[in-house]
Ligand binder design. Structure first.
Ligand code: HEM
Length: 128
């Protein structure tokens, strides 16, 4: 299996990942019904976010934490949701790519998920 090399690789992986997220019994309704995510708007942001991390491109301009705080004000978000998100991310990535960048993606996803949960917990927005 090869490593993530290009923006097209990132786009491919993210399409596979979010296709699973959307169909997941626990996460799907949060994205589709609560957040009512506009996917053609969301995907370019997510691609830019990960390209910045993995390929050093500098196109993501956003505040990655904010939508999650807003989401948690609309519906209960639990550590189990993050566990599921990370499980799908790990599974999808492992099926498509292997190598330094793939490992980096996994480490970053884990650490960002941990920071997100800590911040949400600190401001009373994580249901434990
Ligand atoms: C329980 C887990 C998670 C849920 C339910 C969730 C859900 C969401 C939702 C609903 C949005 C807003 C989409 C929109 O309408 O534009 C969003 C945006 C985003 N999420 Fe997550 N997310 C989760 C975990 C993560 C993690 C762990 C990361 C990073 C590793 C991440 C990265 C992002 C980024 C970069 C955005 C775009 C922010 C922007 O608008 O600039 N998410 N997420």
């Amino acid at each position: 299996m090869r490593d993530i090399e290009t923006e097209a690789d990132i786009a491919y992986f993210l399409d596979c990942f979010y296709a699973r997220v959307r169909q997941d019994p626990d996460l799907g309704p949060i994205f589709n019904e609560v957040a009512q995510v506009d996917w053609p708007v969301h995907m370019p942001k997510i691609r830019a976010f990960w390209s910045g991390i993995l390929l050093g491109t500098n196109t993501y301009q956003g505040q990655p934490m904010r939508p999650h705080f807003e989401l948690a004000q609309k519906t209960p978000i639990r550590p189990a949701h993050f566990d599921r998100w990370l499980a799908l991310f790990t599974q999808t990535l492992g099926e498509c790519f292997a190598g330094e960048r793939a490992s980096e993606a996994l480490l970053r996803a884990q650490s960002i998920a941990a920071v997100m949960q800590t911040r949400m917990h600190q401001i009373g927005l994580l249901v434990v």
